[in-house]
Design a protein around this ligand. Structure first.
Ligand code: UDP
Length: 240
């Protein structure tokens, strides 16, 4: 698999189907693995957050989550097969995991959201094994208790929804103690899967306008989203 660097952050040239296979292989192999879903906000954050950059650089798989990442790779002379949206990846993993008998643990998001997301996936994928659900907290003071809960659930696939960088730092600190085979930082995915937040319509997703939909639904994000034009400028500058 090809790994490209975008403004110093690694991104793997992998498709959604490839990522599902990768996770299946990793679960079979049983070595703990960390997966990050890298989008332009991650990359901009990592430029001035050395801890986050180190965690992303050490992650076993960095999925290209966002058109911005695919666009940037192209401008920098690399090719990524396609964007892999975190929410779509989770749905595909749920389908595969239900067949394989993987034990899923849903960690993070607001009170009750992990449970609702798990229930929605269970409904669409009969046989899905929900080993545990917990809102928990990304605060390191809670790590021991939370990692013990994941461990006692005998988790194969751990989905961590604390947003970046908290979720990715959490996984880097706790993957081994948690006993999970694969852990993925999934951002706000539980909010979408549970139905608490609405995804952009397909036509917007296909045109790379998911960010605009999100901004309209959650206008408080505007400051964070300034990262997007800054990202585009930085990529164009580097491409020159
Ligand atoms: N979250 C949480 N605890 C925290 C901070 C965030 O559980 O201390 C959850 C929040 O409820 C949301 C997710 O983390 O479900 C992050 O969502 P966001 O949309 O900000 O992440 P993104 O997809 O932009 O990375």
């Amino acid at each position: 698999m090809n790994r490209v660097l975008i403004l110093g952050v690694p991104v793997d040239a992998i498709s959604e189907a490839g990522a599902v296979e990768w996770v299946a292989d990793a679960i079979r192999a049983g070595q703990p693995r960390q997966v990050a879903t890298v989008n332009p906000e991650f990359i901009m954050r990592a430029r001035h957050d050395g801890r986050f950059l180190n965690v992303l650089s050490a992650a076993d798989l960095c999925i290209p989550d966002g058109y911005g990442v695919v666009w940037a790779a192209r401008r920098l002379g690399h090719r990524l097969p396609s964007r892999v949206a975190g929410v779509d990846l989770i749905r595909s993993l749920a389908a595969r995991g239900a067949r394989e008998g993987w034990r899923f643990f849903f960690l993070g998001a607001g009170p009750g959201v992990a449970e609702s997301a798990a229930a929605a996936l269970e409904k669409g994928n009969p046989g899905l094994v929900v080993a545990g659900c917990l809102a928990g907290s990304p605060d390191p003071a809670q790590d021991t208790v939370t990692a013990a809960a994941v461990r006692s659930a005998r988790t194969d696939l751990l989905l961590v929804a604390y947003g970046a960088p908290g979720q990715d730092l959490w996984i880097a600190r706790n993957l081994h103690q948690s006993g999970a085979r694969v852990a993925i930082g999934v951002g706000g995915a539980f909010d979408f899967i549970s139905g608490g937040a609405r995804r952009a319509p397909r036509w917007m997703r296909e045109r790379g306008l998911e960010w605009l939909h999100r901004l309209v639904q959650e206008p408080w994000r505007w400051r964070r989203m300034l990262a997007l034009p800054r990202f585009a400028l930085a990529v164009l500058r580097q491409a020159r």
